[in-house]
Design a binder for this molecule. Sequence first.
Ligand code: ZN
Length: 545
Amino acid sequence: MQKSREVRTAMPPAALAAAGSLWMASASNAPLWRELHALGLLQAPGGWLLALSLAGMVASLLFALVSLLAWPRLLKPALALLLLASGGAGYFMWTYHVVIDSGMASSALQTDWHEALGLLTPALAGALVLGALVPAAVLWRLPVRHRPWPRQAARNLAAAGAGLLLFAALLVASFQPLASTMRNHKHLRYLLNPLNTLYAAGQLGFGKTQAKGGLLPVGRDAQLAASAQRPPLLVLVVGETGRSGNFGINGYARDTTPELAKAGVASFRNAWSCGTHTAASVPCMFSPLGREGFLARDRDSENLLDVLQHAGLAVLWIDNQPGGCKGVCDRVPNAKTSSLRDPVACAGGECHDEILLSGIDARIAQLPPERRARGVVLVLHPMGSHGPDYAQRSPRTFKRFLPECTSAHLPDCSAEQLRNAYDNTIAYTDHVLGSAIAWLRSRSGDFDGALLYVADHGESLGENNLYLHGLPYALAPDVQKHVPWITWLSPAFEQRNGVAMDCLHARAGTRITHDNLFHSVLGLLQVQTAAYRRALDAYADCGVH
Ligand SMILES: [Zn+2]
């Protein structure tokens, strides 16, 4: 008897699909409604109607999609997954004012658990429980009656068709105001939760199949110019989340970079990034293609490190980021610092960036001697100023600016606390770079030393309520794209290639971008190859060649 009553009260799968879709279209889209309100669109005549039809369109599209998945053992897990994805995405969009595009999605996919834990705050846990787990649990417990499969298939198709019809009807009814709103505020489409995530995931999947076809060779003709007495030793630091404007040597009101100033480094103050997040910027920086060519490529190619290796140099990538080198170091020797377990630098589990210099002479000694004799390029990939848990990035002795924000839920902190926490990461980066320069000086008997520091992208620190980074390039504010580019050449290095530090100081305002990195490093190291373009070498006009 009990069973038959349950069967009678069981819901059709379409009801479940409708309930889940309505929840996601309304509650999970809180960031979209907030943005419409902030733009004054809700208050405009017909604003509420537009919002309602937008919600209806999201719901009907979701309903059409979920209906196709309305099979036993598939419907509930699929809905739960969608609820979780939309709850998580909604939280991040709400808290940090980020939007979800393919770049953000690929960053999320490449995030490791250690990094993810840095983001897991009580606020996120609460949002996930209330926004996703509770509704998922409610839907999970509802009894559902599926039909025998031919009838279920027909019903699923009919439901999907109905969803699409409703979507089309709403689109036609609100086309004029909707089209102009979307045209004037392009970022809104990246807020349509969870369609933005699904679309981005689809783009990533498509991109993967596109990148097939093997790697294009680059600079196989590379050769070093006639050698001087000592081989060159270049330390190339791929900075993380560096805001050009927060570096004291770039004119920041706070002295965040005393060690770099003392070392007399040259800084390009007008340098711009290729992307707004690590996974986009790092491969692009090392590519020979430049930003436009890189975005339009249909095949991946070898990069700067391959060319340096073709030229016979010893290359070593040392990584202090759990996310790794994004494929850039795949074909050169590389090492992770996590294996070192240094009791001081890695006291809290994660290693502070000084670990990159630990045991560095021994690492160099392990590189092939015939390459070492021609020259060494060490690429250091620090944690830098990776957010939102900035306070974790600097050791206690470097907390120069207090009080600092210690929460990963950034809106909890005042603007001043946030700025302090971020500036402490720059002060510590200054110390790491200063230590690297001191170490290069100590090796001046064996090598002609040089250091180049370029950050992958910038960061928003609450300006216009924006946090972190990763906004689509065209929408991102300058602070996410304006990056530090710092050069230090030892006197012996200046002599060997004729690039004078005084000349670099005089050219501090020259506009350069990540497009210049490939050619500038080849120029600095006097690598001769057909892949080199003098016009893109930021140092060429200060050199003799
Ligand atoms: Zn980054």
